[in-house]
Design a protein around this ligand. Structure first.
Ligand code: PLP
Length: 438
């Protein structure tokens, strides 16, 4: 299949070097199980679950059939003052998987929307409780929370922030936890850095707790290079939030749905947030959908005014879209039947061993892992940050393996159905590429 130049021209691609891509397009035309098919009819091993989302692998029958049947039965139902049964069914199934207490679900269409929804819930919650001065939001350096204005404000990726002007106020950031000097080549959670959570106390001292609504962090920062939380760090953040009445939000858009060996990272790390954002693996990437889980106490706070009035002025035309709900129900069925939400814990030993065998290969300066998430950090090419890792990506692509790079870190997140031999192939392909690139 070839595309004519006009077709290549019209599409403004997201988060892509458009001109470079269009000179040599990488086109995917099909997918099944652990593999994509490309326009050269090659099988390409998927080392990143599409984009951290296809956790059950591609083309799964329950999901495909659910979407097909739903499209024929009920294509759309307005979500404001109306609903359809599958939205309730899905919500009920989801809260069986979440940590105790996170038993209310608000549906969105993406991770970015989930983040902005959670931030709005946090601010509105304090206002409804009579603490309307709590409007400040605290993020973390090197955090990624999607691309909407709320998300980029609390996010800590300079490229996503610097272009977009003056609407990013009312926020502050705690320090990130990346500390290769003390933690390089840690297997699983690094030993050093729990005390970095105390940075929140610094911001409380600066702004006063009475102005702070919430703190948002990813349990594992994925998009800024796979940063695993140091032992004890998340619990310390939880304790400081409790001390000051600040809500803790976990952005589990990538750590949700089995990535770390439990349904959610909150369970793997043993820390329960007040709000939790998800997307991606919720529908196995098949239909756009996100969600925010909220503690009962937060929901109850909103349910205080007159019964005929809308309690929370927020929602999307496509919240709880029938096709998305059907896809999510098919996804949860697949996860349950195949034990996928805990499979990463069985595979993580072999995955860690394979990844860490890259220590000593050319350019490698750190390796990080947790569950089925891996990060391999490379020394940048002098004066050309991100280019060396991208060259590794291109080499792997030519070898028939899809990886992802962010800056000079290779970020791996294979579908949870991956087999041990495929883990070896993934890592050996990267090894070959590392030995070839400059
Ligand atoms: N939050 C986190 C932690 C993410 O990793 C992402 C996407 O990678 C998002 C939010 C944004 O999700 P989306 O691209 O679906 O808007």
């Amino acid at each position: 299949m070839t595309l004519n130049p006009a077709a290549l021209d019209a599409y403004w691609m997201p988060f892509t070097a458009n001109r470079q891509f269009k000179k040599a397009p990488r086109l995917l035309t099909g997918a099944d199980g652990m593999y994509f098919r490309d326009d050269r009819d090659r099988q390409v091993l998927d080392g990143i679950a599409g984009l951290w989302c296809v956790n059950a692998g591609h083309n799964r029958p329950h999901i495909v059939q659910a979407i097909q049947a739903q499209a024929a039965e009920l294509d759309f139902a307005p979500p404001f003052q109306m609903a359809h049964p599958k939205a309730f069914e899905l919500a009920e199934q989801l809260v069986q998987l979440t940590p105790a207490g996170l038993n209310k679900v608000f549906f969105t269409n993406s991770g970015s929307e989930s983040v902005d929804t959670a931030l709005k819930i946090a601010i509105a919650y304090h206002r409804v409780r009579g603490e309307g001065s709590r409007t400040r939001l605290i993020g973390r350096e090197r955090g990624y929370h999607g691309v909407n204005f709320g998300g980029i404000s609390v996010g800590g990726m300079v490229a996503n922030r610097k272009m977009f002007g003056t609407m990013l106020g009312g926020v502050d950031h705690i320090r990130h936890t990346h500390d290769p000097a003390r933690n390089a080549y840690s297997v699983g959670q690094p030993a050093h850095g729990a005390e970095l959570a105390d940075d929140l106390e610094r911001l409380v001292a600066l702004h006063d707790a009475s102005t702070i609504a919430a703190v948002i962090v990813e349990p594992i920062a994925g998009s800024t290079g796979v940063l695993i939380p140091p032992q004890g760090y998340l619990q310390r953040l939880r304790d400081i939030c409790d001390k000051h009445g600040i809500l803790l939000i976990f952005d589990e858009v990538i750590t949700g749905f089995g990535r770390t060996g439990n349904p959610f990272g909150a369970q793997t790390f043993g820390v329960t947030p007040d709000l939790m954002t998800v997307a991606k693996g919720l529908t196995n990437g098949c239909v756009p959908m996100g969600a925010v889980f909220a503690q009962q106490k937060i929901y109850d706070t909103f349910m205080s005014g007159p019964e005929h009035l809308i309690e929370f002025f927020h929602g999307y035309t496509y919240s709880a879209h029938p096709l998305a709900c059907a896809a999510a129900l098919g996804t949860l069925k697949t996860y349950a039947e195949e034990g996928l939400l805990t499979r990463a814990s069985a595979l993580q030993g072999q995955f860690a061993e394979a990844l860490h065998s890259l220590k000593g290969e050319p350019h490698v300066i750190d390796i990080r892992n947790m569950g089925l998430v891996g990060g391999i950090e490379l020394a940048p090419l002098p004066g050309e940050p991100a280019k060396r890792a991208f060259n590794v990506f291109l080499d792997c692509w030519e070898q028939g393996v899809l990886i992802r790079t962010t800056g000079d870190t290779i970020a791996l997140s294979p579908p949870l159905i991956i087999e041990p031999a495929q883990i070896d192939r993934l890592v050996d392909t990267i090894r070959t590429a590392l030995r070839r690139v400059a």
